[in-house]
Design a protein around this ligand. Structure first.
Ligand code: NDP
Length: 237
């Protein structure tokens, strides 16, 4: 297989790091983007880490420019980076709401728009957005986060309609509770409560999400879909 250029945001740890490792293992060239340019910790010429903040259109453009000078046009985008700023709605500030939207939704929009400038002339490409089960079932204290993740579904489906005829797919992966720094920070009692609601009776692993991303990058007739990776928590939604 000819190596693709796979661009993964937020791959310095957690799910993004596992996604970067999975595509690297397939033989692809992997670019990553995080604020410090830390990358996934893979020392290999086929992996390059770029620094950039998703809230900056210019920094995203610069990272893509450098990445494409090294590996050619981006063929697969995994828009994974995301943040939480949990707070009950009654106490949530405008800033708490806007900053989560700016990274999770607008940051994803900025990356997708840039990636499409490379994919559209080539008439192929795969755009994979990392949403969340919370986008469908909601989450206490997560009005900002849940709204941002639900919006990714509308974004992906609109892109699917706009670009499907050009051989480009846009899909969402909706992870449930995955063992990462994000979930490790939850109090043990909260973790246990969540676990009892998951039919699989355990949190997921980052590799579970990475395998879904690999599937979608190799599935040209799957478009506008939401793929749950949540142990059954959302019952397919
Ligand atoms: P982590 O917090 O472990 O990692 C987040 C990554 O995003 C880091 O690499 C971080 O790097 C990067 N990032 C954060 N803010 C920015 C920014 N402004 N610009 C560029 N990069 C940024 O997250 P997870 O691995 O747990 O989650 C990954 C994705 O999966 C997120 O979108 C999350 O919402 C989603 N998800 C996670 C679940 C879970 O259970 N863990 C469940 C459902 C969805 P740095 O901070 O160094 O810039």
């Amino acid at each position: 297989m000819v190596p693709r250029h796979v661009f993964v945001t937020g791959a310095s740890r957690g799910i993004g790091q596992a996604v970067a490792k999975a595509f690297f293992a397939l033989g692809d060239n992997v670019s990553t983007l995080d604020r410090q340019g830390v990358g996934p910790g893979i020392e290999d010429p086929r992996v390059a880490a770029w620094a950039g903040d998703l809230t900056s259109t210019d920094q995203i453009a610069e990272a893509f420019k450098q990445a494409e000078a090294k590996f050619g046009k981006v063929e697969v985008l995994i828009a994974n980076a995301g943040i939480v700023k949990d707070q009950l709605l009654i106490r949530m500030t405008d800033q708490d709401f806007a900053s989560v939207m700016d990274v999770n939704l607008t940051g994803t929009f900025r990356c997708v728009r840039r990636a499409l400038t490379s994919m559209t002339p080539r008439r192929s490409g795969a755009i994979i957005l990392i949403g969340s089960v919370v986008g469908s079932i909601g989450g206490t204290g997560q009005v900002n986060y849940a709204a941002s993740k639900a919006a990714l579904v509308g974004l992906a489906r609109s892109v699917a309609r706009e670009t499907g005829g050009r051989g480009i797919t846009a899909n969402v992966i909706a992870p449930g509770f995955i063992e990462t720094d994000m979930t490790a920070a939850l109090p043990p009692a909260t973790q246990e409560t969540y676990r009892t609601r998951i039919p699989a009776a355990r949190f997921g692993r980052v590799e579970d999400v990475a395998q879904a991303a690999v599937f979608l990058a190799n599935a040209p007739y799957v478009n506008g879909a939401v793929i749950p990776v949540d142990g059954g928590l959302g019952m397919g939604h």
